[in-house]
Design a protein around this ligand. Structure first.
Ligand SMILES: [Zn+2]
Length: 204
């Protein structure tokens, strides 16, 4: 039987990781299910082996260097061999940073009967969709299996849909490089009114 898929999409500081960890703990404690969480890492060295909420709560996770999706099924089989039984629930954190082939990977896992929960950012700092996370809407079957989470605007406190990227305290420009060297970079949740992207090309 095909597994169930749940998608958690939202802004930064909206509680996506809390929601993911809550569901994994619930499955383990009350459902007596085995769980396994994956998260992407930028390179092969920066792995922490943990999902981490903004409040500091943690849950064990397997780091997938550069999000290489072929590593996922390999690591899953290895884990099942180690514990001597099948994993029931597979979670993906920061799914926007996996390659677009994460869609095919999750579709495949669902076809094998695994329950899958994926959490990730919906929009980038430009206010444009992340393909890897938003394409997963194609695997959602009912509106009960989709959670859209917002945060509070750091300026006015209203519902915040968008991540504001700041570099040395100033709004990052549309074409600023993805990775700054030497600059202090940070993010804040913002509403549409207070989300600023200098030099964003006008809609034509
Ligand atoms: Zn605002």
């Amino acid at each position: 039987m095909r597994g169930k898929f749940t998608l958690i999409l939202g802004n930064m500081f909206a509680g996506k990781t809390e929601e993911l960890i809550k569901r994994l703990r619930r499955a383990e404690k009350h459902g007596q299910k085995t769980t396994l969480a994956f998260k992407p890492t930028k390179d092969t060295r920066s792995g922490t082996g943990l999902l981490k909420t903004a409040e500091g709560d943690v849950f064990p996770a397997i780091d997938i260097p550069k999000g290489e999706t072929f590593e996922i099924t390999k690591k899953l089989k290895l884990k099942e061999w180690e514990i001597g039984k099948k994993i029931d629930v597979i979670a993906f954190e920061e799914v926007q940073f996996f390659p677009e082939s994460i869609y095919q990977t999750i579709d495949y896992l669902l076809s094998l009967g695994y329950e899958v929960i994926a959490a990730g950012l919906k929009l980038d700092f430009k206010g444009e969709p992340f393909v890897s996370s938003t394409s997963l809407l194609g695997l959602v079957e009912t509106n009960y299996d989709l959670l859209l989470l917002t945060s509070c605007c750091s300026v006015c406190g209203k519902e915040a849909q968008l991540p504001q990227r700041l570099v040395d305290g100033k709004p990052a420009k549309y074409n600023d490089p993805v990775e700054f060297v030497g600059g202090a970079e940070s993010y804040q949740p913002r509403c549409h009114e207070h989300h600023i992207v200098p030099e964003k090309p006008p809609y034509a």
